[in-house]
Design a protein around this ligand. Structure first.
Ligand SMILES: Nc1nc2c(c(=O)[nH]1)N[C@H]1C(S)=C(S)[C@@H](COP(=O)(O)OP(=O)(O)OC[C@H]3O[C@@H](n4cnc5c(=O)[nH]c(N)nc54)[C@H](O)[C@@H]3O)O[C@H]1N2
Ligand SMILES: Nc1nc2c(c(=O)[nH]1)N[C@H]1C(S)=C(S)[C@@H](COP(=O)(O)OP(=O)(O)OC[C@H]3O[C@@H](n4cnc5c(=O)[nH]c(N)nc54)[C@H](O)[C@@H]3O)O[C@H]1N2
Ligand SMILES: [Mo]
Length: 720
């Protein structure tokens, strides 16, 4: 048996971007392990990716295109297999009809980080749609608020060097749960603790990471800005503000110091629902411990006040001067250090790209139900499963059911979103295609080469878009670039060549040395290199130029609280990756069925015991779950994990049936955790999941053999 082992990159939306070694036998991926030499991920894969080959070799991989023959939203019974020629022609005809009727902006591509790969994620698809003049997707759903806030304060998504955290004396995990979502940081944190560092986690929930910290501080959700302001005030009062460094490397410290006058620790503690002593003691610890590393998660920015919260938290290490030291400062994301510029590749100078409106992906439910003018009448979804993961699910599904909406979905397996497609196109997985990966949690860039054949007729996204361009009658060399050519274009202007990556698999690309303090002498990405504590340009967006506290919308609504007494947050679970893997038996077993966790007082007040079946509801919708009674939360706060599939859930709804379409104060991001609900008992039988209506695949359709006539060639690109 021919057996060989090949390096590659884990493609998942995770800060760790592991390098793996994949063993192939007779053309099939048979074993996977972490690459022991990789400096950040060091040979260990997480639990869910140890079983990644379940996904690659699963019997449920899509191996042929499908076209719709019945109503939307009922299951695979509404579809039959089709040839590539028929499916692509149908996809193109629908797009062309939208463009002819309502103009190119009626076409909306919807994509996110199902793969983090630059090539399969963010090049050929966006390039084709840019050329068509389709609506541009504002990709806010995950980090929109953080990115906007970081651009304001540091000039980009930059922060302390992650491997330097071993030198920190105080580590604050702020709204982050690395044991679930950034696993490979944990050994570095442990190394710091072995050297005497103290670990504090700030999270409304007692997560695994919180439980294993030296101290857990549990503020009310959505109140982090108030906490950060109170802590800065305490640092100032303690005489621990680093005036010299502030004067040299920031702007706006006098204005911020004046603002802190409004934030005595008592006020901060009251806003956060914390004892004053807890805020004061943490403030003292921060004031007296250099270096302090604040690792900021993304969970805390899924609230209305997210932009201001990130600004306030990221201001704290500026006030203490922590960026002076290796292991000091704040870090939300390393992505701003990575030099690959996708925008240049999406809009190459020799390919016309007319101006087009921008559509905020987090508002998809509203966009598909009347908010967009011209309406969106064609939707092309890839690397995402919005029917499960986007907010206001009931409204979204009503939009996806529209008869006048033409939906094309590129997928590896049949997801919730496929149930609403007109055309489903089978996509390859990581061992089967070429890709290039940056990271949002470290400084290495990785090349992934195809090493196995795709199952059946599955194709890389890039090839699907090349075929779609041809079917639309567009003949341009930039829409025929190969995957390797796209990778070369992405690397242009960076210090690393394709050849070097082919040789070495991964390269530390950012120029930031391991364990260094890259901002010790300023040099932030703002025009003058100074961090901005005060940013007058925000006033134009209606945002306070100084970090302040924007309270959550639903949590602070007293009227709403009478009807929906519980605040619900829905962070990441350990064995899924958003909704990826939710249909695989091993991952589903480890995750367990949907549960809503309640404090014992809230359970008792409703006569609920552990394991009882409940409906979790508000005015937007409801989902069904079993109750878990534990003390991981405080009274009035409930939680569940994100990212089940509706089609495999009781009642065919996920937590996003109750979440709202609402923008954060900055960056237009969603507010998944800014949500009120009530929980009520239902009969246990309701938790039984009816299998989805997925009939056996029907025989191939008549159009299997010759292609249907392809849409008329476009003579010219739509004018902008
Ligand atoms: N295993 C696994 N890993 C993942 C993912 C996954 O689904 N599963 N998802 C990936 C993705 S897409 C992302 S964006 C990252 C996200 O990873 P993280 O940044 O860790 O984000 P979350 O899990 O959303 O939230 C982290 C913590 O924030 C807390 N939190 C919620 N609201 C607040 C608040 O108001 N204040 C504070 N201080 N804390 C709050 C939550 O309780 C949660 O424990 O993880 C990635 N990694
Ligand atoms: N309630 C609640 N909802 C949330 C969140 C929350 O915290 N709470 N978190 C939000 C966050 S942070 C995020 S990032 C979003 C993520 O939401 P989505 O962007 O929908 O991510 P996934 O659910 O992982 O779906 C990715 C899909 O891409 C597919 N895929 C992977 N690689 C490829 C490929 O190469 N080609 C093609 N065609 N398909 C591929 C996978 O099979 C998978 O079905 O969810 C958001 N939803
Ligand atoms: Mo995310």
């Amino acid at each position: 048996m021919a057996r060989s082992t090949h390096p590659g990159a884990c493609p998942l939306d995770c800060p760790d971007t592991c390098v793996w070694q994949l063993t192939v036998a007779d053309g099939r991926a048979v074993a996977l392990r972490g690459d022991r030499d990789h400096p950040f991920t060091r040979g260990a894969l997480c639990g869910k990716v140890n079983r990644y080959l379940d996904a690659v070799n699963g019997p449920d991989r899509l191996t042929t295109p499908y076209v719709r023959t019945g109503p939307k939203g009922v299951g695979r019974v509404s579809y039959r297999p089709a040839s590539w020629a028929e499916a692509i022609a149908r996809a193109a005809t629908g797009l062309r009809a939208s463009i002819d009727r309502h103009g190119p902006e009626s076409v909306l591509p919807y994509y996110f980080a199902g793969t983090m790969g630059h090539v399969q994620g963010w090049t050929m698809g966006p390039r084709l749609f840019a050329h068509l003049g389709a609506s541009r997707l504002d990709t806010t759903i995950c980090t929109g608020a953080a990115q906007a806030a970081l651009r304001s304060i540091y000039g980009g998504s930059i922060g302390f060097e992650p491997e330097s955290i071993v030198d920190a004396r105080l580590i604050v995990l702020w709204g982050a749960n690395p044991l679930a979502t950034n696993l490979h940081l944990w050994p570095f944190i442990q190394q710091a603790r072995e050297r005497g560092a103290y670990l504090v986690t700030i999270d409304p929930l007692r997560t695994d990471s919180a439980a294993r910290s030296d101290q857990h501080v549990a503020p009310l959700p959505g109140t982090d800005a108030a906490l950060a302001l109170g802590l800065m005030r305490h640092v100032l009062d303690a005489g621990a503000a680093d005036e010299e460094w502030l004067a040299a490397h920031t702007v706006g410290w006098p204005e911020l110091a004046a603002r802190l006058g409004e934030w005595p620790v008592e006020r901060a503690a009251a806003a956060c629902g914390l004892p004053v002593g807890v805020v004061r003691d943490l403030g003292t610890r921060i004031a007296t411990t250099r270096p302090t590393a604040v690792r900021v998660g993304l969970g805390l920015q899924r609230h209305h006040g997210a932009g201001q919260a990130i600004r306030a938290i990221c201001a704290l290490p500026l006030v203490t001067g922590d960026f002076r030291y290796p292991g000091g400062g704040a870090l939300v994301s390393t992505s701003g250090h990575h030099p690959i510029d996708e925008e240049r590749v999406v809009r190459p100078p020799d390919l016309p790209a007319p101006p087009a409106r921008s559509v905020n992906m987090s508002r998809l439910a509203a966009v598909l139900t009347g908010e967009a003018d011209p309406p969106v009448t064609s939707l092309v979804v890839f690397n995402a499963n919005p029917a499960a993961t986007a907010p206001d699910q009931n409204r979204l599904l009503a939009g996806l059911r529209r008869d006048d909406l033409h939906t094309v979905v590129l997928e590896q397996r049949w997801t919730d979103t496929c149930d609403y497609a007109d055309v489903v196109l089978p996509a390859t997985m990581q061992p089967e295609h070429l890709d290039l990966h940056s990271s949002y949690g470290h400084h290495y860039t990785t090349l992934n080469l195809p090493v196995t054949e795709a199952p059946g007729e599955a194709l890389p996204n890039t090839e699907i878009f090349r075929r779609l361009a041809a079917a639309l009658g567009i003949d341009h060399p930039r829409l025929r670039d190969s995957d390797e050519e796209l990778a070369r274009q992405l690397l242009r202007g960076t210090p690393v060549s394709f050849e070097e990556l082919r040789e070495r698999t991964y390269v530390r690309i950012t120029g930031v040395a391991v364990g260094s303090a890259p901002y010790a002498h300023g040099g932030f990405r703002t025009p003058g290199g100074r961090a901005r504590l005060h940013d007058p340009s925000l006033a134009r967006l209606g945002v306070d130029p100084l970090p302040g506290h924007t309270p959550p919308v639903e949590a602070t609504d007293r009227e709403l609280a009478r009807r929906f007494p519980l605040v619900l947050v829905a962070p990441a679970g350990r064995f899924l990756m958003n909704s990826t893997f939710a249909s695989l038996p091993w991952h589903a077993r480890r995750t367990g069925p949907p549960r809503v966790h309640l404090h014992p007082d809230d359970a008792a007040a409703r006569g609920l015991a552990d394991g009882d079946a409940v409906r979790v509801r508000n005015d937007r919708g409801a989902f069904l779950a079993a109750v878990a009674v534990d003390d991981a939360t405080r009274p009035g706060l409930a939680f569940t994990y994100k990212a089940y599939w509706a089609r495999l859930s009781p009642g065919r709804a996920t937590v996003n049936a109750v979440t709202a379409v609402r923008d954060t104060d900055l960056g237009g991001a969603p507010t998944f955790h800014d949500c009120r609900v009530e929980v009520e008992p239902v009969p246990a039988e309701l938790l039984t999941v009816e299998p989805p209506r997925d009939a056996e695949p029907a025989p191939r359709g008549p159009a299997d053999v010759p292609a249907r006539p392809v849409a008329q060639p476009v003579e010219s690109v739509p004018a902008g």
